[in-house]
Ligand binder design. Structure first.
Ligand SMILES: [Ca+2]
Length: 248
């Protein structure tokens, strides 16, 4: 996070400014360093406080996620840095195998709640099985992204969002207020919606093969979520600073 934000700021915030008198230049540089430091601290505090990742290097329950299974769970293994969840091989459509975190919070103004997962669905039986569920804090609301081979749907819309089957895709959920949200697929906005209410779910983010009566083979390269500064607010701060600097 820190690296990314700083990388965004530096090219904008460090233009050549040789015409400033020496003393003023020093003052400007001190201000700039102060601003970058302050911003860096802010970003660090926010991001470090709340940025949860699963990278597929170990089973999720060994990395702070809670595993829930039904009917014995799925067969699963780690392969090329990804978790493979195979609920087809167990031969019981009732079997489920999911992983969850409960630390889902609301972003403050100027922040963005982001959840991103890179996954590939290899097989699919009966109905939607590979899911990502996000449930927000009070007022309770939830939403479910459900993957099929060539599309995904959002419960309870059912309007298919197409994807190329058999390939890895990056799904990214973004919300400023935990009400309206945008879903991006491979970086392109693909769907806009709102959390479903009422909900019986307490705050959580869960992924895995979750449906009883359906089965699938899903691969999860990573699942990451948390709160980040809105790119636009970081940009505005920088532009504002440069404008003041230009006038000074
Ligand atoms: Ca991975």
């Amino acid at each position: 996070m820190i690296v990314r934000t700083t990388a965004l700021l530096l090219p904008l915030a460090l233009p050549q400014a040789p015409e400033l008198p020496r003393e003023q230049e020093d003052k400007t540089m001190r201000m700039l360093i102060f601003l970058l430091t302050a911003l860096g601290t802010l970003v660090t505090a926010s991001a470090d406080e709340y940025w949860i990742t699963y990278e597929g290097n170990d089973f999720p329950e060994n990395e702070g996620w809670t595993r829930h299974t039904y009917a014995g769970g799925a067969e699963r293994w780690l392969e090329d840095g990804a978790l493979v969840i195979d609920s087809i091989s167990v031969g019981d459509l009732q079997a489920t195998d999911t992983y969850q975190q409960v630390d889902v919070r609301r972003p403050e103004p100027g922040e963005l709640f982001v959840a991103e997962w890179r996954m590939r669905l290899d097989q699919f039986e009966e109905s939607y099985d590979a899911l990502v569920v996000i449930a927000r804090p009070e007022p309770l609301g939830d939403l479910t992204f459900a993957h099929a081979l060539d599309h995904l749907v959002v419960f309870d819309d059912w309007d298919p969002i197409p994807v190329t089957p058999g390939e890895w895709h990056i799904y990214r959920f973004e919300s400023e207020d935990m009400d309206a949200y945008t879903l991006l697929v491979d970086g392109a906005p693909a769907y806009e919606g709102h959390f479903q209410t009422p909900s019986l779910l307490d705050p959580l983010l869960a992924f895995g093969n979750a449906a009883r009566g359906a089965a699938s083979v899903s691969r999860w390269d990573y699942v990451r979520f948390g709160i980040i500064p809105e790119p636009s607010s970081v940009l505005l701060l920088t532009v504002g600073f440069l404008a003041r600097r230009g006038r000074g």
